[in-house]
Write a protein that binds this ligand. Sequence first.
Ligand SMILES: [Mg+2]
Length: 212
Amino acid sequence: MTHTCFIDLDHTLFDTTAWHYFIAQHVCKKFKIAPEIYFKAYEEMRDRSGVNAVGDPMQLAQLLTQKYQVPVSVDDFSREWYQHGLESADFIYDDSLNFLEALGVHGVRRVLLSRGNPKIQQLKLQGTGLSDCVDEVIIVEDEKYSPLVKHLEEADGETFFVNDHVGENKEIAAKFPDVIVIPISRNAEKCPDGVCETLDEALEFIVEGFLK
Ligand SMILES: [Mg+2]
């Protein structure tokens, strides 16, 4: 019997907000863009996509030039953006690697399941080396359910799902009663009761409840 743990990337294993600020800082300095304009354009793009993660820098550059009259070459902007985006190793949360390693030691299959622009998600993975710390990486662009359907057809152990997205967690809990959803909130001040603040807590929940 093999247990499987699906783990989200953004704001679960990886501090996407801090990483994005880091890139934005460099890009704004290089192209003399006011940070408030950058983030205004970014938020507009993010709201359109509905994903709380960074979209496509090329689209961002186009929006900056067309709507906000920022004179920047789309190619130069994208190149700079991706170059700093690769410097992602410092933005893994302190407990992420231990969590993945401990699950591996317990024989739990680790599947990194992330929703977003594949090119951007791969950029984060490439810089962090996180792909090497899991058994499988799945990146979806629309919703997170299809890989779960496929997995549940063959699963012979427990299935865990560690994720910060409240809406997705609710839907997954409703659609897949067999999946043990472990919600996480990295924002300690806003972390509701019953929600893990850290992956150490999620690990304890899995180990104490299912692996002993
Ligand atoms: Mg997330």
